[in-house]
Design a protein. Structure first.
Length: 328
């Protein structure tokens, strides 16, 4: 039995290491031009199959004995080979199959300098129109134009600095036209995403509805729900603590975009209102009323307790306001 267990453990390790090797080569091979990206993507399922085989045989090897350490290593290597392709597939199935996204789906910014580099590309440079826009709005409701109080020249400089901070290759920067074109290359597969940014005058001001919260409340699912269901632009700093240091791994994408928004004049002005509107509620409840913890357990019970506390908080404010009005 132990000999059989040892043999199974060895086979499990071979399968797991093979799957892990396929996984590690799929992306870099595409990036280096050894094969097309379609071939690289086609290798991912085989990496997952190798990982599944390694995990299954690793469990059998652990049960039979013999080389349990080898079986455990095979199981862990198999899991490492299986999880990335599974995550990749799950993510791909959760978003619409579109390759173009724009903040302005009615009048998308147009490429100029990038066109020569896109010759022969499988995907067109023109936006897909209403069908694509409908899918985009459902999947990415927070992708929309950003209105600032900065003049176009200053907004252009900030946008260009943000693009460079992302590590994008700047293809064109035309301040007179308010156009920035760039290319972003992914690290693993080397996918190239072309980006065009358009900066133009927008009246003398705008109305911005904003929800404010601390960094600890950063939850992308909840942020998307608030934006989609209540049509409120959410501003939450991705970095917490008094030092304001950037969190490890929280770079690019929505994190960098949120930092940029909060560092602009409008974002800073809006977020400062939190100190006037939100913080006093928690400060009064904690320090003046002595509410330092919830007495009940369970989300529903805690929600009810919190609503009772806030009801008494608002009743106290109304009473004090009435006394002040009578005194005046």
């Amino acid at each position: 039995m132990r000999r059989l267990g040892a043999a199974v453990a060895v086979v499990a390790l071979v399968a797991a290491v093979g799957g892990l090797g396929v996984l590690l080569l799929a992306g870099p091979g595409s990036r280096m031009g050894w094969w097309s990206f379609r071939t690289g993507l086609g290798l991912l399922p085989w990496a997952a199959y190798g990982g599944i085989a390694g995990m299954a045989l690793g469990v059998v090897g652990l049960a039979l004995g013999g080389l349990r350490v080898v079986a455990l290593v095979a199981f862990l290597a198999g899991a490492t080979a299986f999880v990335p392709p599974w995550t990749f597939r799950h993510t791909a199935q959760s978003v619409p199959p579109i390759h173009d996204i724009s903040t302005d789906t009615d009048d998308p910014p147009r490429y100029v300098a990038v066109l020569a580099r896109r010759e022969g590309a499988s995907n067109p440079v023109e936006y897909g129109g209403p069908p694509v826009a409908a899918q985009q709005h459902r999947a990415y409701p927070d992708v929309r134009p950003l209105t600032l109080s900065d003049p176009p020249s200053r907004a252009f400089a900030r946008a260009l600095a943000a693009a460079r901070a992302q590590g994008w290759e700047i293809v064109a920067a035309e301040p007179a036209e308010g156009r920035i074109e760039a290319t972003d290359t992914t690290r693993w597969f080397g996918f190239k995403d072309d980006v065009v940014v358009r900066v133009k005058p927008e009246g003398s001001g705008s109305r911005i509805e904003t929800a404010l919260a601390d960094a600890q409340y950063w939850n992308e699912q909840h942020m998307d729900e608030v934006t989609a269901n209540q049509h409120v632009q959410v501003l939450i700093p991705p970095d917490g603590g008094a030092s304001g240091k950037q969190r490890k791994g929280w770079t690019g994408g929505r994190y960098s975009w949120m930092r940029y928004v909060l560092n602009c004049e409008v974002g800073e002005k809006l977020y400062r209102k939190r100190k006037q509107m939100i913080e006093p509620v928690f400060g009064h409840s904690r320090h003046n009323r002595g509410v330092t913890r919830f007495l009940r357990r369970g989300r529903k019970a805690v929600r009810t307790e919190w609503r009772l506390m806030m009801m008494t908080h608002n009743l106290t404010k109304l009473y004090n306001h009435q006394i002040a009005s009578l005194a005046a």
